[in-house]
Design a protein around this ligand. Structure first.
Ligand code: SF4
Length: 248
């Protein structure tokens, strides 16, 4: 059956806070649910239990209207009609866990909008369904010593291969914490060098929350960057600019 509704958590306009497109104005559509469960994450509401979503009304006001899930494609595009940003960030949660909906919704955004997909980089077959509809792929590599969960090396390798063969702009984000091991980082470096060592790689410190306090020190971060720089020519250290600047 064709999936014509989705569960989302919010729609808002802000500046991109991560990666090479930091500072660009975008409309964010945050999909509900993610089964990965990184220990710092505050957006892991399951798709089934996410009863409501919020829409910034009007855009850029930081005021929100609350509505009920699921949202139909028509209602979603009705909300988006008020947002004028050229780029839509399809984020989450993990949007690729609702890839069937993306496959029918994303074509309705073209050619007017550029689409940036923010993903945990695990669901290669889901990416395959929609990669032609995406302009930019922001892919995470999840280090088990950072997330506190299992490793996804095989899944990441398959995903990266699909992302690169799509020919779309792709970059890799690696979140590090004070628990991150050099061994995991070396595994991630191997993954990138075995596909395209020139890919932009962003090392990002996990943000502190009420429930999470394993912030990487400056010295640790410099040491991780030195390790990456031994093999990768395009590594940046970045923070989550939107959180530091108090943006949505
Ligand atoms: S992959 Fe992303 S959305 Fe999923 S739990 Fe981790 S940080 Fe949260």
């Amino acid at each position: 059956m064709i999936k014509t509704t989705a569960h989302i958590t919010e729609i808002f306009s802000s500046l991109q806070g991560e990666g090479p497109h930091t500072g660009e104005a975008m409309t964010f559509v945050r999909f509900a649910g993610c089964s990965t469960g990184c220990r710092w994450c505050d957006s892991i509401d399951s798709i089934k239990t996410c009863v409501n979503y919020r829409v910034e009304t009007p855009p850029k006001s930081k005021n929100f209207a609350i509505l009920s899930n699921p949202v139909s494609m028509e209602r979603l595009n009705g909300h988006l009609a008020y947002f004028t940003d050229d780029t839509i960030s399809v984020t989450g949660g993990e949007p690729l866990e609702q890839a069937d909906f993306l496959a029918i919704w994303l074509p309705t955004l073209k050619p007017a909008k550029r689409v940036l997909l923010e993903t945990n980089g695990i669901e290669a077959s889901a990416l395959q369904k929609i990669s032609r509809l995406i302009d930019i792929i922001s892919m995470d590599i999840k280090l088990p010593s950072s997330t506190g969960r299992k490793d996804y090396w095989q899944e990441h390798a398959a995903f990266l291969s699909k992302a690169l063969s799509s020919g779309k702009e792709t970059y890799v984000k690696i979140v590090v914490t004070s628990d991150t091991s050099s061994k995991d980082l070396q595994e991630a470096i191997k993954l990138v060098t075995s596909t395209n060592k020139f890919l932009p790689v962003i090392l990002q410190s996990a943000s502190i929350t009420d429930k999470f306090n394993l912030k990487v020190s400056d010295e640790q971060m410099q040491s991780f960057a030195r390790l990456c720089n031994l093999w990768l020519p395009n590594v940046s250290i970045m923070t989550q600019m939107h959180k530091e600047a108090g943006l949505l």
